[in-house]
Design a protein around this ligand. Structure first.
Ligand SMILES: *Cc1c(COP(=O)(O)O)cnc(C)c1O
Length: 421
């Protein structure tokens, strides 16, 4: 016993103030390459580190903190909810869950909602739904789901198997069977795969696709491509499922990414921005895709009163403060500023792409600088950015960002780029 205490003592002294800085030894598993920075508080679009240095936050928890940090209304509503009811099982009716589902159904093409806790979980639900559809409606023994190369659908095994980026699969094979990949925005590739798989009859249950590829490099979907796959799916009773985990809930200046494309999916998934920084995910389906029966799928925490109150508050505040319009206006301003930077640094920067307040600044292929060079240099300018692949700097600030803050972001970004060349 004494030995154990000694060991713990020597360990704790050797480890110093564990957790004070990500560079110090830590008991947290090393699944992330972390920046040398610990954030301790936030307000609106701003966050502060332990040394009380202030940063403009264009990461926002990676597109999650829709209303910014420490939002007054969210604080009020969630404190009240904490005092009222935090968690009950889905074995009972949950009023906040009913309200959120009603709001989502009233504001989208969907007719019903399943709640979970994350993007990966929402996609797992979608994958199970797709397989059930394949068995039930198309009579397929071993249904296949088509997904795109350079896609990202999450880190759990089925979502990972659906992800069309081999680097994420490495070391974790075998992947789940039943996923086949086509090139994003490439109709020839899609038709070839579909026809090859279905040459001897039905094989494909669903297509799972992002309206805009986020992690894959901020690549917007092509409306003509999406219209074509919509038609092909409808013809064959194949479910078209959109992964709206990053783009849904107002990020693009519309509620849903599919509105940017003019095409409605049969089902779609949400998470990131839905809870304004709280863990909530959802699978939304049209009536014809509402196939789950009691016992088919479940989640202990999914749809609990607290998480649903957070999401409902985010939704109603986006409406009350007319934030979709703000996203369009500030998105335009951000985009114009970024295009200007591309013109100023043509050797280093290639283009800007994205929708609303999800914008990617693409670094030239031949340039000696990478996206992470710019992200690190921005940290010195007290600006938080996140890369999307080796060549794209991504900007996903809170939806409440104002014109002055966009100007500041652009100034800090320009200084960061100058400092890397
Ligand atoms: C982030 C993301 C996911 C995974 O969400 P988690 O909440 O991290 O599981 C899935 N799909 C897309 C498009 C994403 O951007």
């Amino acid at each position: 016993m004494a030995e154990l205490v000694d060991a713990l003592d020597s360990k704790s002294s050797a480890f110093g103030h564990v957790g004070s800085s990500p560079t110090a030894p830590t008991a947290v598993m090393a699944t992330y390459n972390r920046f040398p920075l610990t954030l301790v508080r936030g307000k609106g679009c701003w966050v502060w580190d332990e040394q009380d240095r202030q940063y403009l936050d264009a990461v926002a928890g990676i597109a999650t903190c829709s209303l910014g940090h420490s939002d007054k209304v969210l604080q009020r509503e969630l404190s009240q909810q904490l005092n009222k009811l935090q968690h009950v099982s889905n074995l009972y009716g949950i009023r906040e869950q009913e309200d959120l589902a009603r709001w989502l159904v009233n504001h989208s093409c969907a007719d019903s909602v399943f709640f979970c806790n994350s993007g990966a979980e929402a996609n797992e639900a979608a994958i199970k739904l797709a397989r059930k559809h394949g068995h039930l409606r198309r009579g397929i023994d071993r249904p296949v789901i088509l997904t795109a190369s350079s896609s990202f659908h999450g880190r759990t095994l089925a979502a990972l198997s659906a992800t069309g980026q081999p680097k994420y699969h490495q070391g974790f094979q075998p992947m789940l069977e039943g996923f086949e990949f086509f090139s994003y925005n490439d109709l020839e590739s899609f038709e070839q795969l579909l026809n090859q798989l279905e040459a001897q009859g039905p094989r494909v249950a669903a297509v799972l696709i992002e309206p805009l590829q986020g992690e894959g490099g901020v690549i917007p979907g092509d409306p003509a491509f999406f219209q074509a796959i919509r038609d092909l799916c409808s013809e064959r009773q194949i479910l078209l499922i959109f992964d709206e985990v990053q783009v849904g809930m107002g990020r693009t200046g519309h509620w849903w990414g599919y509105q940017q494309l003019g095409v409605e999916p049969d089902a779609f998934t949400l998470a990131k921005g839905l809870g304004g920084g709280h863990a909530v995910g959802a699978l939304l389906v049209k009536q014809k895709a509402d196939l789950f029966e009691p016992g088919d799928h479940a989640s202990t925490f999914g749809g609990n009163p607290f998480a649903c109150k957070a999401a409902l508050t985010v939704a109603t505040e986006i409406e009350r403060r007319e934030l979709l319009l703000n996203v369009q206006q500030q998105g335009d301003q951000l985009r114009a500023g970024l295009s200007n930077l591309v013109q100023c640094f043509p050797k280093q920067l290639k283009e800007v792409r994205g929708w609303g307040l999800l914008q990617g600044l693409v670094v030239q292929e031949q340039s000696s600088i990478t996206a992470s060079n710019i992200v690190l240099a921005a940290l010195d300018q007290q600006l938080l950015l996140v890369a999307a692949g080796p060549k794209v700097v991504r900007m996903v600030p809170p939806l409440v960002i104002q014109a002055g803050e966009i100007r500041q972001l652009l100034k800090q970004l320009e200084a960061a780029i100058k400092s890397c060349i």
